[in-house]
Design a protein around this ligand. Structure first.
Ligand SMILES: [Zn+2]
Length: 325
C-alpha cells in the first residue's frame, strides 16, 4: 500500500487543484443570508474514502465497548443505542428506531434496529426511496453467563466504524441520500444459531423491506462484522454473490488493499443472509480468523485504527464508484 506521506501529498495536490479551479471561477455576489438554515459542512471534492478516520472510528468503538456487555434487551444496549443515535444525529442523519418483539429460547425479547437516512438537501427530512445501498453492522453483544463479554471486535468495531462512515458520507449529502445505514439488534443467538435463534434484527429488517416494497430499490448491501483486528484478514463467505464481490475486490485492489482478502472454507451465517434471501445481493466483510472470538479475550487491545480505516476506505471507494449520480 502507499505510505502515509504519499497519501497526504496526493491529497494536498488534489486540494491545490481544487483551490486553483475555484480561484479562476467568475466572481459571484455573496448569497443572501438565510438565518434559519443549518450550517452545512464545506463540500468535499477529493475522493471521500480519504476522509475516513481510523482513529475516529476507534474512538466510537471505544465508547460502545466501555458501556460493557450489551446483549439484546439489556439497559446497556439501550445506552449504546442512545450513544449511536446522538452521533448520527450530530452528523445530520435521521434515525428510525425499528422496534419489535420476538420469541427467543429465553422468552419474548424486545429488539430495536437503528435505521439511519440522510437527505441530499441538508436540513430536509430524508425520503425513503432515494437509497440504493445498505451498509450495516450488528451492535448487540453475545450474552454469556460464565464470562464477561464486552465484544470489542464482535460488536463495537464494526458499529463504531459505521458511525464514522455516517460522518464521512454526510460530507457529500448527494451520496449519503443514496445510502441506508442499519445497526442490527439481536445478531447473536441466545443458545445457538437456528432458523429461529440469531439474526433477529436482520430477519426483521429484511421482512420490513419486503412488506414496504422497498427491497427492490437496493442494488446491494455491505455488512461489516469483526473488522478491527490488528491482524486484518477479511474472510469472505464462499457464497458471496457475484458480481458484487468482484466489484468490492476491484475497489480493494485500486487502494492496494486486496491482499487482506481471502475466502473462508465454509459458508458464514451472518446478517447478510436474510438480505440475500430478500434478493438484495449482500456481502459480509468479516474477519473470522480471530482467535478471541466469543471469549473474554475479545478486548479493546486487539483492535487497530488502521484495520477500521482499510475497511472504511474500501467501502467508501465502492459506494462512490457504484451509486454516485
Ligand atoms: Zn458474535
Amino acid at each position: 500500500m502507499l505510505p502515509h506521506a504519499c497519501l497526504a501529498a496526493l491529497g494536498a495536490a488534489l486540494l491545490a487543484t481544487t483551490l486553483t479551479a475555484c480561484d479562476n471561477a467568475p466572481q459571484q455576489p455573496p448569497p443572501a443570508a438565510a438565518p434559519s438554515a443549518p450550517a452545512s459542512p464545506a463540500p468535499v471534492t477529493t475522493p471521500l474514502w480519504r476522509e475516513f478516520s481510523g482513529e475516529k472510528a476507534l474512538a466510537e468503538a471505544r465508547s460502545q465497548f466501555d458501556i460493557g456487555p450489551r446483549p439484546a434487551g439489556s439497559k446497556e444496549l439501550a445506552q449504546c443505542r442512545e450513544l449511536i443515535t446522538r452521533s448520527l444525529t450530530a452528523s445530520g442523519w435521521e434515525v428510525e428506531e425499528q422496534a419489535f418483539t420476538n420469541e427467543t429460547p429465553r422468552g419474548p425479547v424486545r429488539f430495536v434496529n437503528l435505521v439511519a437516512r440522510c437527505s441530499a438537501v441538508p436540513g430536509n427530512k430524508p425520503a425513503r426511496d432515494t437509497q440504493r445501498a445498505i451498509v450495516c453492522s450488528h451492535y448487540d453483544t453475545k450474552r454469556f453467563s460464565t464470562i464477561r463479554f464486552a465484544g470489542a471486535n464482535d460488536g463495537a468495531s464494526s458499529s463504531g466504524a459505521l458511525v464514522e462512515l455516517a460522518r464521512v458520507l454526510a460530507l457529500r449529502p448527494s451520496l449519503a441520500a443514496r445510502v441506508e445505514l442499519v445497526f442490527f439488534d439481536g445478531e447473536e443467538a441466545f443458545v445457538q444459531f437456528t432458523e429461529t435463534d440469531g439474526l433477529y434484527g436482520s430477519r426483521h429488517y429484511a421482512r420490513s423491506l419486503r412488506e414496504a416494497s422497498r427491497a427492490g430499490q437496493f442494488t446491494y448491501a455491505i455488512l461489516w462484522d469483526m473488522i478491527g483486528d490488528k491482524d486484518l484478514t477479511i474472510t469472505l463467505s464462499p457464497d458471496s454473490p457475484q458480481p458484487l464481490t468482484a466489484e468490492v475486490l476491484a475497489s480493494a485492489k485500486e487502494l492496494k488493499l486486496h491482499s487482506y482478502f481471502s475466502y473462508f472454507d465454509r459458508p458464514i451465517l451472518d446478517d447478510h443472509v436474510p438480505l440475500n434471501q430478500a434478493r438484495i445481493p449482500s456481502i459480509d466483510l468479516i474477519d473470522f480468523d480471530y482467535l478471541p472470538w466469543h471469549t473474554a479475550d475479545d478486548t479493546f487491545d486487539k483492535l487497530s485504527p488502521e484495520s477500521l480505516r482499510k475497511v472504511g476506505a474500501i467501502t467508501l471507494h465502492h459506494l462512490e464508484r457504484t451509486i454516485s449520480k
